[in-house]
Design a protein around this ligand. Structure first.
Ligand code: NAP
Length: 252
């Protein structure tokens, strides 16, 4: 895979999967913009890990529609074009239905959907306007196994990722005539900050045993699949949802 001369925007590139994707794209020649919500220190650490010149960190809370528009416009202004959007930023918050208050329930659903689903949808809209004018592009959405398997303690998260899967399929159909290709990755647990607490808890070993490999995914493994779906050669996979879960959950 070669991304020389390509420009990429990765939301949530300060840590975890987004950081691994930024490093991998830069290693393959791309110019990379990473967005982050508040952790500037982590974003600057990611920047230092990127091969090549001209990469860009952008502070942008993707749950805010106007901020998303500014984020995408900034990338296009600085880079001249946007070839690849990776909708990776996300949150995973507990709101067990049998234990949280109605107010907490409301807030959790709003936060999860505003960030994981509407934020990604707005980024797709803003990026697609530029990509249509440019004559094409690639969008990769970072979903989750939880969309299929259920998230009993984080139902809004599961629903947001199921929505993201459906959005990606619909946009693949809507945007293919514009030579814009849309892919989705659906990882199981990945070794990042998001999963750290649960992987280090008493439940950690049982989670690792969900896969016959006896482990969870590494961020670099998810990054590799993101690059694959963003590559020219994989354009005909558009609309696909790629499982990355070590055979821990098999869909037919
Ligand atoms: P992570 O380590 O917690 O990092 C989350 C990233 O998203 C950070 O860069 C964070 O920015 C950014 N972010 C969060 N809310 C944001 C907002 N409102 N606006 C802009 N940026 C925001 O998470 P991760 O594990 O790498 O997860 C990345 C994606 O993979 C998520 O969509 C997640 O749902 C998905 N996923 C993760 C796992 C897993 O087990 N880790 C499994 C399946 C799917 P700051 O650094 O500024 O906070």
């Amino acid at each position: 895979m070669d991304f020389t001369g390509k420009t990429v925007l990765i939301t949530g590139g300060s840590r975890g999967i987004g950081r691994a994707a930024a490093v991998a794209f830069a290693r393959k020649g791309a110019r990379v913009a990473i967005s982050f919500r508040s952790n500037k220190q982590a974003a600057l650490e990611t920047m230092e890990m990127l091969r090549g010149e001209g990469h860009l960190p952008i502070q942008a809370d993707i749950s805010r529609p106007e901020v998303v528009r500014q984020m995408v416009d900034t990338v296009v202004r600085e880079f001249g074009r946007l070839d690849i959007l990776v909708n990776n930023a996300g949150i995973f918050e507990a709101h067990p239905i049998d234990r949280c208050s109605y107010e907490e329930w409301q807030e959790s659903w709003k936060r999860a959907l505003d960030t994981n689903l509407t934020g990604a949808a707005n980024a797709c809209y803003c990026a697609a306007r530029h990509m249509i004018r440019q004559g094409g592009g690639h969008i990769v959405n970072v979903s989750s196994r939880g969309a299929f398997r259920g998230e009993p303690g984080q139902p809004a998260y599961g629903a947001s990722k199921a929505g993201m899967n459906a959005m990606g399929q619909s946009l693949a159909q809507a945007l293919a005539p514009h030579h814009i290709f849309v892919g989705t990755v659906a990882p199981g647990f990945v070794e990042t900050d998001m999963a750290e607490e649960v992987l280090n808890s008493d439940a950690g070993d049982a989670i690792r045993r969900q896969s016959p490999t006896g482990r969870v995914a590494r961020p670099e493994e998810v990054a590799y699949c993101i690059l694959f779906l963003a590559s020219e050669q994989a354009a005909f996979t558009t609309g696909c949802i790629l499982d990355i879960n070590g055979a821990s959950y098999l869909r037919t």
